[in-house]
Design a protein around this ligand. Structure first.
Ligand code: NAP
Length: 220
């Protein structure tokens, strides 16, 4: 926890488009953020870019060190390296919340839904990690460019998990970077948001836009 009691957020794959975008938003909201990378130099360089823009509470480290230091760990790596990334952090994320934003996209047809045999990337994480780790799925439908644009992403964020307290904690993280986080229920429901990403990519292609997103109607 930081001095202002906000938890330290570590992002595995934090040098990437989504990870660095989330880092901007969370840093702006006051969270200490650690960008994780396979290479510590790359993590430090990415952190330096954000520090130069005034995000002084961002630092860089290897993915393993970041996972160890973070109170909440966010996984934002390509699906192709997902299982290896989970295996690398498994021991140091026991009893922590792990948020997976990973979408099981299979190039080249990323605009077609192709969910894995396990059902979803979120369920893969629950199987791969220790039972004490609380896995939450979120941020699947937020285009990274919205997070880099300088204000909160103009869309809702669906949050899934089997632990209500963990979901509530991650809804706060979603509130910090988007219009609002919305409780989407059980971790198994994450498959819907993961699949929806391919639908949004198809919409972007069809309508020649970059930022198709979701907004849930009917809520106060
Ligand atoms: N981009 C979006 O708008 C968006 C939105 C919602 C969800 N997502 C999901 O979030 C995840 C990350 O997306 P992204 O666009 O941020 O990806 P990205 O920029 O391609 O990659 C993220 C980071 O993962 C590491 N990485 C890349 N290729 C790797 C490999 N083959 N093996 C191991 N590590 C590798 C790299 O970090 P280092 O080289 O520093 O290790 C990279 O900076 C994906 O699962 C994606 O589906 C993305």
């Amino acid at each position: 926890m930081s001095e202002n009691s906000l938890p330290t957020l570590s992002i595995i794959g934090g040098t990437g488009d989504l990870g660095s975008g989330l880092a901007r938003g969370w840093s702006k909201a006051g969270y200490p953020v650690i960008l994780g990378s396979r290479a510590s130099e790359k993590a430090e360089q990415s952190a330096a870019v954000l520090q130069a823009e005034g995000f002084t509470n961002v630092s860089g480290a290897t993915n393993a060190v970041a996972a160890e230091r973070g109170a909440i760990v966010i996984v934002a790596v390509p699906f192709s390296n997902y299982e290896a990334s989970l295996a690398e952090i498994k021991d140091v994320v026991k009893n922590k919340i792990v948020v997976t934003a990973v979408v099981p996209l299979v190039p080249p047809k990323v605009f077609v839904v192709q969910l894995p045999q396990a059902g979803s990337a979120a369920l893969m994480a629950q199987s791969a990690l220790d039972p004490s780790t609380k896995v939450v799925g979120a941020f699947h439908n937020v285009g990274a460019q919205k997070l880099h644009a300088g204000s909160k992403a103009d869309c809702d964020v669906l949050v899934f998990g089997d632990d209500a307290d963990a979901r509530a904690e991650v809804i706060k993280l979603a509130d910090a970077v988007s219009n609002r986080g919305i409780d989407g229920g059980a971790l198994a429901n994450s498959a819907a948001a993961e699949a929806l990403t391919s639908v949004l990519i198809a919409i972007n292609r069809k309508y020649k836009v970059k930022g198709a997103g979701i907004s849930i109607s009917g809520l106060a």
